[in-house]
Design a protein around this ligand. Structure first.
Ligand SMILES: C[S@@+](CC[C@H](N)C(=O)[O-])C[C@H]1O[C@@H](n2cnc3c(N)ncnc32)[C@H](O)[C@@H]1O
Length: 229
């Protein structure tokens, strides 16, 4: 499967109507508005958490100082998702109220919560912070998976080589296998280094990624070029 990397402004014509196996460079709150209704089968995404993250190398995440700038994207994410489908969104627990408001305003109904347990603390303060979490959000009434996933999962450290908050592909593949079918389209509007897209390609799904930072768009292309289905 080939991938193309285009400026969102270049979206024209029939292929642009239903982009697939593509990486779109731009602000997803704007790019999503150019996309049609109800053409995505599954959304798996990892938006900025609102923690002003900075790693030991000084790397930061765009819009992580104020996720309210990006939470409006969920309204268009709901629109582009097919009826009776799910969106899985990681989130920052410190801003859970803001995330929830955005999800509910968009129309999503929470139908599950997944916690990944780490064998190390990513931070120590009031607690030793040892988990990541995501909500399973429904549009309409999705059918139940044939093999439901445990809502407690083991975290795998990605090494963060390509991105400061890179998710390991192996924590994403079970989500994609459980909530989509072979050949279906998986969207990640905050694609970062493209872990969701790689997981989609490995599992035989089509992908669509949107990312604000041009350097990560280039990096995703390289990653995806090395992945065979
Ligand atoms: C938490 S990171 C995602 C990391 C990704 N899961 C991975 O494994 O590499 C969030 C990403 O969203 C991007 N981002 C922030 N605001 C955005 C926006 N408005 N539109 C598109 N991407 C955005 C950031 O540049 C960052 O790469």
């Amino acid at each position: 499967m080939g991938d193309t990397h285009r400026q969102a402004a270049e979206l024209t014509g029939v292929t642009a109507m239903f982009p697939s196996n593509e990486i779109l460079h731009g602000d997803c709150t704007r790019v999503l508005k150019q996309l049609p209704d109800a053409f995505v089968d599954l959304i798996v995404t990892d938006p900025p958490y609102g923690v002003r993250y900075q790693d030991r190398l000084g790397r930061t995440v765009a819009n992580d100082d104020d996720p309210n700038r990006i939470l409006g994207a969920f309204t268009d994410l709901y629109r582009v998702l097919k009826p009776n489908s799910v969106c899985i969104s990681f989130y920052g627990w410190g801003l859970v109220d803001d995330f929830f408001r955005a999800w509910r305003r968009a129309g999503f109904k929470p139908v599950g919560h997944i916690v990944w347990v780490k064998d190390y603390a990513s931070r120590e303060r009031f607690l030793r912070y040892r988990h990541e979490s995501a909500y399973l959000l429904a549009k309409g009434q999705p059918s139940l998976p044939s093999r439901p996933l445990d809502d407690i999962q083991t975290w795998l450290y990605s090494g963060n080589t390509d991105h400061p908050t890179q998710k390991a592909v192996r924590i994403l593949t079970p989500l994609i296998e459980t909530f989509s079918q072979s050949g279906q389209l998986v969207l990640d509007p905050f694609a970062g280094s493209g872990s969701t897209l790689v997981a989609a390609q490995i599992t035989g799904r089509r992908y669509l990624g949107i990312e604000l930072d041009q350097k990560y768009c280039a990096l995703m292309r390289e990653r995806l070029a090395f992945v065979s289905t």
